[in-house]
Design a protein around this ligand. Structure first.
Ligand SMILES: O=C(O)c1ccccc1NCC(=O)[C@H](O)[C@H](O)COP(=O)(O)O
Length: 215
């Protein structure tokens, strides 16, 4: 239990898959630490470069703009990076390919059977964090499903961003079980793919704050 003089850990919040100005504003107003923009055209939440520019310029200082890529060309990544603070690689990018990125980066890992997270943390040792997401064949991200959180070892060498099927209803349990550095939400705060609901965003951030206050 913390007292008022003891700083508490604050679980960071990333809201992902933003496509609309009003959703960017809602996530910032709710207190999100990072906003994710899916640059992969195969996604229902995918946006193009001009949309990225328009959305990114609304984001104030101290809120990170994160661009998501799935095995995409370095030239595209470099152009998008002009509007981004951080890159999130969701495909089979090698550590070498990631290391050539023009911005700091995080590696998304889909929790398929047999994935050795300690080995992955060593493999991607230059990553700023590992984002752990559910595995669903054929879908590189945004599955809307959880995975078995007990597979995440304690004291992983990299900060953990927990993703996959989180919502205001289960994020407190996730924080209690995993104690991640950050949580990432997309489908759990949506009315439909790519269309966020400001009330759901607010409830999600509030649920994270309440969970933090209990620890
Ligand atoms: O959202 C997508 O469609 C997507 C497509 C390709 C790569 C990544 C994608 N999304 C990543 C995310 O939104 C999140 O990092 C994560 O997957 C959580 O999504 P959700 O389970 O819906 O909360």
């Amino acid at each position: 239990m913390s007292d008022s003089l003891t700083p508490r850990f604050r679980t960071r919040v990333k809201v992902c898959g933003l496509t609309r100005e009003q959703d960017v504003d809602a996530a910032v107003a709710a207190g999100a630490d990072a906003l994710g923009f899916v640059m992969w055209p195969g996604s229902k939440r995918g946006i193009d470069e001009s949309r990225l520019a328009a959305l990114a310029e609304r984001v104030p200082a101290f809120v990170s703009r994160v661009g998501l890529f799935v095995d995409q060309p370095p030239e595209l990544i470099a152009r998008c990076a002009e509007h981004l603070d951080l890159l999130q690689f969701h495909g089979d990018e090698s550590p070498e390919a990631c290391a050539n990125a023009p911005r700091p980066w995080i590696k998304a890992l889909r929790m398929r059977d047999g994935l050795d997270l300690r080995a992955a943390a060593t493999h991607y040792h230059n990553a700023q964090a590992l984002l752990l997401d559910a595995y669903r064949p054929g879908l590189p991200g945004g599955t809307g499903t959880t995975f078995d959180w007990s597979r995440i070892p304690a004291n992983l060498a990299k900060p953990v961003i927990l993703a996959g099927g989180l919502s205001a209803d289960n994020v407190a349990l996730a924080i209690a079980r995993v104690a991640p550095f950050a949580v990432d939400v997309s489908g759990g705060v949506e009315a439909s793919p790519g269309v966020k609901d400001s009330e759901h965003i607010m409830s999600f951030v509030e649920a994270v704050r309440q969970a933090d206050a209990r620890h």
